[in-house]
Design a binder for this molecule. Structure first.
Ligand code: SF4
Ligand code: SF4
Length: 239
């Protein structure tokens, strides 16, 4: 989900690459699960998130849609996001007070009774990133990272290397994929907004959902080559 805000308002004013040190270390998030509650529809899942979740949980995308994931329109494109549950359904107290004193009523469906992530090893990319964000530099069709300074309330954060924080194997390939996916979605968005009929837009959205999410990935094989094949099909079909 893109945000049109000035970087100065929400960050320390710096942009980071994977080899840089950034003050994001939260000391294991002791006693805190604030970024796992009250996020609405903002934790959007990309195809690699679904590959990782379906492999880790031995399930299909359809099974995730039963109660853990939902579909929403994001900038004109239908995409999946983590579903929130009433906090009472997660086994925690009816409402939760976060470190800033704000009462939240809903939390991620993967948050367990102890207030910990029940899918830590397979958590989505956005969860790995937080409190970092991605800043896309459109002219270069690339991105760098930034530190969100108002989102995580843990005091005295420690310095950590960005690549360690992201905890993602083959990070260079992952970053290439994230970039390709982002700019593909941006191109699709422009195409959908550019005089397409409602029916054509709906059909194109269904086509993309099936191609990138519903069609199972072979989870015993490399994700990135499967994604590249699907991306080529999508580009040839849409553009
Ligand atoms: S808000 Fe910060 S400290 Fe709390 S769980 Fe998220 S990353 Fe950890
Ligand atoms: S998947 Fe895990 S880390 Fe991400 S929001 Fe849900 S509980 Fe939190």
């Amino acid at each position: 989900m893109k945000r049109q805000v000035s970087l100065e308002e929400i960050s320390d004013g710096r942009l980071y690459s994977r080899k840089d040190m950034v003050r994001a270390g939260c000391g294991g998030c002791k006693g805190c699960c604030e970024c796992c509650s009250g996020m609405g529809t903002s934790v959007i899942l990309d195809p690699f998130d679904v590959y990782r979740l379906t492999a880790g949980l031995s399930c299909t995308f359809e099974e995730l849609l039963v109660n853990k994931v939902e579909l929403n329109v994001v900038d004109g494109v239908i995409l999946p996001n983590l579903k929130m549950k009433s906090i009472s359904d997660t086994g925690k107290a009816m409402s939760d007070t976060d470190m800033t004193g704000t009462v939240t009523e809903e939390a991620c469906a993967f948050l367990n009774e102890e207030g910990r992530c029940s899918i830590h090893a397979w958590r989505p990319g956005i969860c790995r990133l937080f409190p970092l964000g991605r800043y896309y530099e459109k002219e270069k069709r690339s991105f760098r990272y930034f530190l969100q300074i108002h989102e995580c309330p843990m005091p005295a954060k420690t310095k950590v290397k960005v690549e360690k924080w992201l905890d993602t194997p083959q990070l260079s390939r992952y970053e290439t994929y994230i970039n390709d996916w982002h700019y593909f979605l941006e191109d699709a968005e422009m195409k959908f907004a550019d005089g397409m009929s409602d029916d054509d837009r709906k059909n194109a959205n269904v086509f993309l959902l099936k191609l990138f999410y519903f069609k199972p990935y072979n989870t015993s094989e490399d994700f990135y080559s499967q994604f590249e094949n699907r991306l080529r099909i999508a580009q040839e079909t849409l553009f």
